[in-house]
Design a protein. Sequence first.
Length: 108
Amino acid sequence: MTPSELNALANLADGRRRSVAELGMATGTRATTLTGVLDRLERKGHLVRRAHPTDRRAVMIELTSAGTDVAAEVREAVTELEDRLIGRLPAEAVAGFRAVVTALAEAR
């Protein structure tokens, strides 16, 4: 799998359906680039695209059961890697990093 595919799956791992625009914002990927990523994931059977219930122009992305399993594995691997890397840093650096990330998330 490509890093872009892994990123998309990790962001969909919570099981919540998203529009292409929402997933693009979450992954930091332009819609034109994301289309190819979604095409590949759909061909692999990891997700389906459906019409948005209230906006005919929008498409919703939803994991399949196979995609849910793969996304959980991806999310677990990312979490393990983050934990390993964060464990090597001083506690003050981790606290500062988390404070910045929280402030950025709240500023959206």
